[in-house]
Design a protein around this ligand. Structure first.
Ligand code: HEC
Length: 103
């Protein structure tokens, strides 16, 4: 009986955790990007501070962008403690709009 409860409750908590923190406003990705990322990448993605990659030229697929934001790479810090999974999705959706031509 306790085992069954745990099997039901754990996914429920995970679901709440994953969705609960998000503010869900459109444009959040842009705000998050400008606050946390533009100091290295620039508001248009081309600043290149500390060797930051040009995001207009980046071809990384979604999964790789998510990993990079979560884990960081070299000078780029990890954002997994700062962002919820949903915020990571919003930021990665936003940085793809910086690409030229947009993909
Ligand atoms: C302290 C500077 C810094 C900050 C802040 C920063 N980055 Fe980066 N970013 C880098 C550097 C340096 C690289 C290149 C890493 C490498 O491959 O050597 C990079 C690479 C990337 C790449 C990979 C591009 C490619 O094609 O390989 C993505 C995507 C990216 N950053 C997104 C972000 C996002 C989104 C944020 C904000 C949440 C962010 N970065 C914040 C420095 C930064």
């Amino acid at each position: 009986m306790r085992r069954t409860m745990r099997i039901i409750l754990i996914p429920l908590f995970l679901l709440l955790f994953a969705t609960g923190f998000s503010t869900g406003q459109p444009g959040d990705g842009k705000n998050l990007y400008e606050y946390h990322c533009s100091r290295c990448h620039g508001t248009d993605g081309t600043r290149g501070m500390f060797g930051a990659k040009n995001l207009q030229k980046s071809l990384l697929p979604d999964a790789a962008i998510t990993i990079q934001i979560r884990n960081g790479k070299r000078i780029m810090p990890s954002f997994k403690k700062k962002f919820t999974p949903n915020q990571i999705n919003e930021v990665s959706a936003y940085i793809k709009t910086l690409r030229k031509p947009a993909i």
